[in-house]
Design a protein. Structure first.
Lengths: 511, 86
C-alpha cells in the first residue's frame, strides 16, 4: 500500500509539527508555560485542541470499523461522549480552571493537602494515561506498518521519538498547536471524503443507505457480537464512554491552558460541536459508504476474505476508492497527524503527573525549584516515551478498543468519583477519597483482568471469573458507595476546619 | 467579606442543583436510548445500522439535549452576572 504521495504527506506532517515545536520551544521557559502554555490559549483554540485530544485514530477509524463489521456498538460510541462533555461543562470545567494551575491531582490536593491523596490521584492519572498511550502506540504501529510498509517496531519508535520531542521541548504550547493543526486537518479530510461520497451517489443519501442495507443483508450473516447484546454491557459501556471522558487527565489538563472560566466553558462548547459533527459524519456517511462501496471490491480483501489491514482500515480503503492514491495519501497523513497529536497530549499529562505531583510535591514536599522540576519533567517525558514504546511493542496485536475501554473504565471508576466528590460533597474525608478511589481503580482493573478479554483470550483460561468486559456499572457505584460510607464512618475526624476549607474552595471555584 | 463568601457558597449550591437537573434530564434520556438500542439489537442484531432513522433520531435527541443544557447553563450564568452587576 506504500505510495510516494502518502510518504510525501507523512514527511510534510512530521516537518510541520517539528516546526511548530521549534516555534513553541522559543516561547516556553517557565513552569506555567511548560504545563499550561502560560494560560494563553483562547477558548476556541482550546476547544479545537480538546476535540483533537478526544478524536484519536482509534476512535475515528474504530467507529467506522465497528460499523463496517456490522457491530451496532458504533452508535453507542457516537452518542456517549455528548453526555460526557455536557457533564464536564456543567460540573467540572469551571471549578477546575478556577482552582488548578497545572494538573488535576493538584485540585484534589487543595481540599486534602498532604502527600497521600496527591500520590494516589497522580498514580490513578498515570494508570489511565499509560493504558491510553499503549492503545495509541499499538494503533500507530499497526497503521504505519500497513500504510508505509515500515516494520511495526520501527513505526512505534518513530512515533515515540516525535512525541518526546514535542513535549520535552515545546511543552503544552507545542502540544496544543499540534492538536489544533490536527483537528483542522482531520475536519478538512472528513468533509472532503463526505463531498466525494455524496458526489458518487449523485447527492442522493437515500440511495447510499439502500445500497449499504443491501450489502449488509448479503455480507452480515449469523449472530453479531458486541456490547449491545446484553443490557448490562450496554449500560456499563455507555457509562464508561460517557463518564470516562470526564476523568481523562489529558483532556482535563487542557482547562489550565485558558485564561479564565468563561474561556474554559467556551472550550467545551466548541469541542462538543466539532466532535459531534465529525462523529455524525463518520457514522452516518463514511461508515455507510464503506459498507456500500468497499464490500464487493476484491482488491481490498485477502485470499481468506478478510479486509486488508483489518476493519479499522475501512475508511482508508474507502478513500482510495473515492479519490485514488492522492486521497488515500491525505487520509493516511491525517491519521498519522491524529496519532502524533493524541500521544503528545497523553505524554504531557503523564510527565506532568510524574514531575509536578509525584516528584515536586510528594517526594520533595514542595521544596523543588522550578528549574529542578522542569529538568525532571524532561526526564519524565523520556521515561514515559521509553515505557510507551516498549509496551507498544510488547502489546502488538492487542485489541485497541479493549485497551481504550480499559482507560475509560478506570477514568470513570477511579478519577471521576474522587474529583466530583472533592468538588461537591462537603462530607468527604481523606480516607473516603483514598479508599473510594482505590476501590474504583482496583475494582475496575481487576474486573477487566478477570473478564473474558484477558482471562480467557490472553491468559488462556477456560472460563472467565467475571462474565463481562465492561466493569463500570459495578466499579463506579462501588467506588462512590465506599467513599460515601467511609466518609460517614470517619465523620468524627472531619472537623470544622475541614468544612471551612470546603466552603473556601467552593467560593473560589464558583466566583 | 465573610458574607460575600457565604453568598458565593449559596449561589454555588443553587447552580449545582440546576446542573444536576440538566445533567439528570440528559442522563435519563441517554439511559432510555441505551435500553432502546439494546432492545433493537435483541430483535435484529443490525437493527440500529439497518434503521438509519432510529439512529439519526436517537443521536439527534441526545445532541439537542446536550446543546440545550449548554444554552441553559450559559443563560443561567448570564443571569447570575447581571444580578451580581446590580
Amino acid at each position: 500500500m506504500r505510495s510516494p504521495i502518502a510518504i510525501a504527506l507523512f514527511l510534510i506532517v512530521i516537518v510541520s509539527t517539528l516546526l511548530i515545536t521549534r516555534w513553541a520551544a522559543r516561547r516556553t521557559h517557565s513552569r506555567s508555560e511548560f504545563y499550561a502554555a502560560g494560560s494563553s490559549i483562547t477558548g476556541t483554540q482550546n476547544g479545537l485542541a480538546i476535540a483533537g485530544d478526544f478524536m484519536s485514530a482509534s476512535t475515528i477509524l474504530g467507529v467506522a470499523g465497528l460499523a463496517f463489521m456490522g457491530n451496532s456498538d458504533a452508535v453507542l460510541y457516537i452518542v456517549a461522549p455528548l453526555l460526557g462533555f455536557t457533564i464536564m461543562l456543567l460540573f467540572i470545567a469551571e471549578p477546575l480552571r478556577n482552582l488548578g494551575r497545572y494538573t488535576v491531582p493538584e485540585v484534589v490536593a487543595l481540599r486534602f493537602p498532604g502527600r497521600s491523596v496527591r500520590a494516589f490521584t497522580a498514580a490513578a492519572a498515570l494508570v489511565v494515561t499509560i493504558f491510553y498511550l499503549i492503545a495509541q502506540m499499538v494503533g500507530a504501529g499497526a497503521l504505519i506498518e500497513i500504510l508505509l510498509g515500515v516494520p511495526y517496531s520501527l513505526a512505534v519508535v518513530v512515533v515515540a521519538t516525535l512525541m518526546m520531542l514535542y513535549v520535552a521541548f515545546g511543552g503544552m504550547l507545542a502540544t496544543t498547536w499540534v492538536q489544533i493543526t490536527k483537528a483542522v486537518v482531520l475536519m478538512v479530510g472528513v468533509v472532503l471524503m463526505t463531498i466525494l461520497t455524496l458526489h458518487r451517489v449523485d447527492y442522493d443519501v437515500g440511495s447510499l443507505y439502500s445500497t449499504a442495507r443491501a450489502q449488509m443483508d448479503t455480507v452480515f450473516t449469523g449472530n453479531r457480537t458486541g456490547a449491545l447484546n446484553s443490557l448490562y454491557s450496554t449500560l456499563s459501556l455507555g457509562l464508561a464512554l460517557s463518564l470516562g471522558v470526564c476523568g481523562l487527565p489529558h483532556v482535563l489538563m487542557r482547562f489550565f491552558t485558558v485564561p479564565d472560566a468563561r474561556q474554559a466553558r467556551r472550550s467545551i462548547v466548541v469541542a462538543m460541536v466539532l466532535i459531534a459533527v465529525v462523529f455524525l459524519i463518520v457514522l452516518f456517511v463514511l461508515s455507510y459508504a464503506a459498507i456500500a462501496f468497499v464490500y464487493g471490491k476484491p482488491e481490498f480483501f485477502d485470499d481468506a476474505g478478510v479486509l486488508r489491514g483489518g476493519a479499522n482500515m475501512a475508511v482508508v480503503h474507502l478513500s482510495r476508492l473515492l479519490g485514488g492514491d492522492v486521497l488515500m495519501g491525505i487520509v493516511s497523513a491525517v491519521t498519522f497527524a491524529t496519532i502524533l497529536a493524541v500521544v503528545a497530549g497523553l505524554t504531557m499529562a503523564s510527565a506532568g503527573a510524574l514531575a509536578h505531583d509525584l516528584y515536586a510535591q510528594v517526594f520533595r514536599r514542595g521544596t523543588a525549584t522550578e528549574k529542578q522540576e522542569l529538568r525532571i519533567f524532561r526526564v519524565a517525558t523520556l521515561a514515559v516515551t521509553v515505557v510507551a514504546a516498549l509496551l507498544g511493542i510488547a502489546f502488538k496485536g492487542t485489541n485497541i478498543s479493549f485497551l481504550v475501554s480499559l482507560a475509560f473504565s478506570v477514568a470513570a471508576s477511579a478519577n471521576l468519583p474522587v474529583l466530583l466528590l472533592s468538588l461537591y460533597w462537603r462530607g468527604l474525608t481523606r480516607r473516603g477519597v483514598l479508599l473510594g478511589g482505590a476501590v474504583g481503580l482496583i475494582g475496575s482493573t481487576g474486573m477487566l483482568i478477570a473478564g473474558p478479554a484477558i482471562w480467557v483470550d490472553v491468559l488462556g483460561y477456560e472460563r472467565a471469573l467475571f462474565g463481562s468486559n465492561y466493569p463500570t456499572l459495578i466499579a463506579l457505584p462501588l467506588a462512590l458507595f465506599t467513599a460515601w460510607g467511609v466518609s460517614l464512618l470517619d465523620a468524627r475526624r472531619h472537623d470544622a476546619q475541614a468544612r471551612q476549607v470546603f466552603d473556601e474552595l467552593t467560593a473560589k471555584a464558583n466566583p | 467579606m465573610a458574607d460575600e463568601s457565604s453568598e458565593m457558597v449559596r449561589l454555588a449550591r443553587v447552580r449545582a442543583r440546576l446542573c444536576l437537573l440538566l445533567a439528570g434530564v440528559s442522563g435519563a434520556v441517554f439511559l432510555v436510548f441505551l435500553v432502546l438500542l439494546n432492545r433493537s439489537v435483541q430483535n435484529d442484531p443490525l437493527g440500529p445500522l439497518h434503521d438509519v432513522r432510529f439512529s439519526v433520531i436517537g443521536v439527534g435527541i441526545n445532541f439537542a439535549l446536550a446543546l440545550s443544557s449548554v444554552v441553559a447553563f450559559g443563560y443561567w450564568r448570564r443571569v447570575e452576572r447581571t444580578r451580581a452587576g446590580r
